[in-house]
Design a binder for this molecule. Structure first.
Ligand code: CP
Length: 306
């Protein structure tokens, strides 16, 4: 069994550690009785601190903790003493004093996690629920789980990530994970405006033209345009122009392999990066990703806390 203290970046994990998390998630999903796991984290307290909005990640960590028998403390940033100037470290130290052992944190602050993991107590665990445009490790893991369930293995796949890649923590974590699993063909598709710094994606290739990039793809991950992270001066591209050229429509999906799967981390902006018919179509595994998110977060919590 692997022993993780914190989970911040998938690049910190080994292939066997990722495989164990995928296997454990499948085990939770295939179990006939949810009661089997309900005492695994009995009497453990987990705090959830989200400094950026979330629906899926926040809810699925809560569901995962409850299924394992843990207590969850939700700190609502807007109603907490953070509004009075308390630092994240002081918040953690106070919750540690109450017996909380794990902290699930989403932040837009790129400088929070590295010092934080050295400043918290030796028995305290930090799990990233999303860090600015840098990392979203549990999303990367649930994406790997969804791909493995559909395709069996990673090495020979052509995986496309299409959309606003420059602002995407999901793309960064997924590519870190795919690299570790030895996926040979990872192609990023975006307009020039959303082309990422390619040194963050050393194994991936870049293509501006979706009609070229999508051909023969096995997996297509579509990404939302992150309006909240785009400076008004940064992009001249209108959403209308963007959706005309980059929306995953039925026509574009036909360029991919007939058994290609369509993924999206959510939230979806319907009619912009993906059409309704593709998002809700038979090749979409978007809600399967959400279901897998609970099992993967159960696996992460178990491996870290148990
Ligand atoms: N995929 C994801 O992180 O969604 P939320 O922002 O709703 O948590």
């Amino acid at each position: 069994m692997i022993q993780l203290k914190n989970l911040l970046y998938l690049k910190d994990l080994r292939k066997d550690e990722i495989n164990q998390l995928l296997d454990l998630s499948d085990h939770y999903l295939n179990s006939k009785s949810s009661h089997e796991f309900e005492n695994l984290l009995k009497n453990q307290s987990i705090a959830s601190l989200f400094f950026e909005p979330s629906t899926r990640t926040s809810a699925s960590f809560q569901v995962a903790a409850k299924r394992l028998g843990a207590e969850t403390i939700i700190i609502d940033e807007k109603k907490s003493s953070a509004t009075k100037g308390e630092t994240v470290l002081d918040t953690i130290r106070n919750l540690e004093a109450m017996g909380v052992r794990a902290f699930i944190i989403r932040t837009g602050d790129k400088d929070l996690f590295r010092p934080l993991i050295n400043d918290v107590g030796p028995d305290t665990h930090i799990i990233s629920a999303g860090e600015s445009s840098i990392s979203h490790p549990t999303q990367g893991l649930l994406d790997l789980l969804t791909i493995r369930q559909a395709k069996g293995a990673f090495e020979d796949l052509k995986v496309i990530i299409m959309g606003d890649i420059s602002h995407s923590r999901v793309a960064r974590s997924l590519v870190e994970g795919l690299d570790i699993m030895n996926t040979r063909n990872i192609t990023l598709i975006s307009p020039e405006e959303f082309k990422p710094e390619m040194s963050f994606f050393p194994s991936a290739s870049y293509e501006e033209d979706p009609n070229k990039g999508l051909s023969d793809a096995d997996v297509i991950v579509t990404l939302r345009v992150q309006k909240e992270r785009i400076e008004s001066s940064e992009s001249n591209l209108s959403l209308e122009q963007y959706s005309d050229e980059y929306q995953l429509s039925e026509d574009k999906l036909e360029l991919c392999k007939p058994d290609a799967i369509v993924m999206h981390p959510g939230p979806i902006n319907r009619g912009i990066e993906i059409s309704d018919r593709v998002a809700d179509g038979k090749q979409s595994v978007i809600l399967k990703q959400v279901e897998n998110g609970v099992a993967m977060r159960m696996a992460v919590l178990t491996q870290i806390l148990n």
